[in-house]
Design a protein around this ligand. Structure first.
Ligand code: ZN
Length: 135
């Protein structure tokens, strides 16, 4: 049961309004909404693109993993999220391939989606998120 689509690509930014001058105004992508996501300690701008989305993520605290990532590396690609039909099966399969997981068990978001991150050490340098839609 492989992934059939990219759910979203997350880009960490210092200032969403600033980033929107490129993504929305210059590139002409449609801005769907900007939402506070307390569980991620971030504001997120959603820009739908085909079946996927670009997410501009601005940390709202200084101490989250995202904030530290931004402080260390500056703005840029944070992760790519693949939607999967069954996240437990995907994690099981990754374990049999000796892939290093950040989340051994899926985390559950406020909206019911289940997600887990794969360590960049095992993915050739890109943080990968897996995401299973709520049933
Ligand atoms: Zn994500």
């Amino acid at each position: 049961m492989a992934s059939k689509k990219i759910s979203h690509i997350a880009i960490v930014v210092e200032d969403i309004d600033d980033a929107l001058t490129f993504w929305q105004e210059a590139l002409d992508l449609k801005l769907e909404k900007i939402t506070d996501v307390p569980e991620q300690e971030a504001m997120v701008a959603f820009l739908p693109l085909g079946d996927s989305e670009i997410e501009l993520v601005q940390p709202t605290t200084q101490k989250s993993g995202l904030a530290r990532y931004l402080q260390k590396r500056g703005p840029g690609l944070h992760h790519i999220c693949l939607e999967v039909p069954n996240i437990q099966q995907s994690l099981e399969r990754l374990r049999t391939h000796q892939v290093q997981l950040i989340d051994d068990e899926p985390r559950i978001a406020a909206d019911g989606k289940r997600y887990a991150f794969i360590h960049p050490k095992s993915t050739f340098g890109v943080l990968i998120e897996l995401y299973e839609l709520p049933k």
